[in-house]
Design a protein around this ligand. Structure first.
Ligand code: ATP
Ligand code: MG
Length: 343
């Protein structure tokens, strides 16, 4: 604890979803990472899930910005607006003597520029002292893996913009990588596949709807055929509304998640034999929204020959880990290692 009168908060600023927790107050913000601006004057109108709804409805005169791309801040000013709003929402209206101390999660191999963009946007939004912890470590703590143990565990956090693969032992990430590929890229793969097969252009929001409605990388585990409203290009070069049927969607989703399976294989292959034997036995734990795709763990087991499971409430693991870290900041060392138990 810095000072007894300083508020401490945890922030998971994800590409699609932002969560904020307050020390001893639980998770108080669960919103989309989006800001809606009045197009003419770039004045923020609303934030989070409300802004995302405006994006889905394509409200005229409104620009909706998603400030993160592939897990990194891409629009600094919009990120500051969003963080300032959510921090105020988390802390309420009470006056603070000092700026809140923040623990924020960042992708494992975020560059110095990306880290600076994150910490500077937090500072500009009103944060005080900021600790940056690896997202994989926070997700592993939130998934209730025994991170403080000597034996290595593997966490795979598949979000919207990136996949963090972390091998964790003794409270630290000892190996791993960030693949800048996640749910947004799976949506894009669907957009391309539908355009190729049917000549119809669907927007990424509709592609995401297909992904979630199909919800599976195996035809037996979900709905394989989805009807969707999209737009097609007519003979005059204009576009017109059309209804399309996407058939074999789980096969498309399977192909779209294979790069993630391949990357896990690379990380495991690079491990020293002892660590590798340990993780082959304990297996992989999946977190992040894309872990909700049914059949994903079975696919990993099929390709890599190791057990794979989905954590409870995978969308919340990173913030639950940050909540646990915030509750006992003294257990966090300067290098982001965490020794204390997760309970
Ligand atoms: N039921 C579901 N089935 C499949 N995918 C889902 C489901 N629910 C959410 N998703 C996907 O999960 C992703 C959002 O997950 P998450 O909130 O973990 O990402 P994020 O933390 O915002 O992103 P990142 O950590 O990559 O910056 C989106 O791509 C969304 O479409
Ligand atoms: Mg995330």
């Amino acid at each position: 604890m810095l000072f007894p009168w300083t508020e401490e908060i945890g922030i998971d600023l994800g590409t699609a979803n932002t969560h904020v927790c307050v020390k001893s107050g639980g998770v108080v913000v669960r919103e989309s990472t989006a800001v809606a601006f009045q197009a003419a004057r770039r004045r923020p109108i609303c934030y989070g899930t409300e802004a995302r709804r405006m994006m889905e409805r394509q409200v005229p005169g409104v620009d909706v910005v998603r400030p993160l791309r592939h897990g990194a801040v891409a629009d600094f000013d919009a990120a500051v607006d969003l963080l300032r709003h959510f921090m105020r929402q988390a802390l309420g209206r009470r006056p603070l003597l000092f700026s809140p101390a923040v623990v924020v999660a960042a992708p494992l191999d975020a560059s110095a520029v990306q880290r600076n963009a994150l910490t500077h946007s937090l500072r500009a939004a009103g944060a005080g002292h900021t600790d940056v912890v690896p997202k994989a470590l926070a997700a592993a703590i939130g998934a209730r893996l025994p991170v403080a143990g000597v034996e290595s565990r593997v966490i795979v956090d598949v979000g919207a913009g990136a996949t963090d693969i972390g091998v964790i032992s003794m409270g630290a990430v000892t190996a791993g990588c960030t693949l800048r590929y996640g749910g947004d890229d799976i949506d894009q793969a669907l957009v391309r596949a539908i355009r190729r097969s049917q000549g119809v252009r669907v927007d990424p929001v509709s592609a995401e709807e297909v992904k979630i409605r199909v919800g599976s990388v195996h035809p037996d585990l979900g709905q394989d055929r989805v009807t969707l409203n999209g737009t097609s290009t007519n003979g005059n070069g204009g576009s017109e509304p059309t209804s399309i049927v996407v058939q074999g969607a789980s096969e498309l989703l399977l192909k779209a998640v294979l790069p993630i399976v391949g990357e896990i294989a690379w990380v495991l292959e690079d491990l020293p034999p002892k660590q590798r034997a340990e993780v082959e036995e304990s297996g992989v734990t999946l977190t992040g929204g894309c872990a909700l795709l049914r059949g994903f763990p079975e696919l990993i087991t099929h390709h890599l020959g190791i057990p794979a499971t989905v954590a409870k409430d995978p969308l919340s693991c990173t913030i639950l880990g940050l909540e646990s870290i915030t509750a006992d900041l003294s257990a966090l060392t300067l290098e982001g290692r965490r020794f204390a138990s997760t309970s």
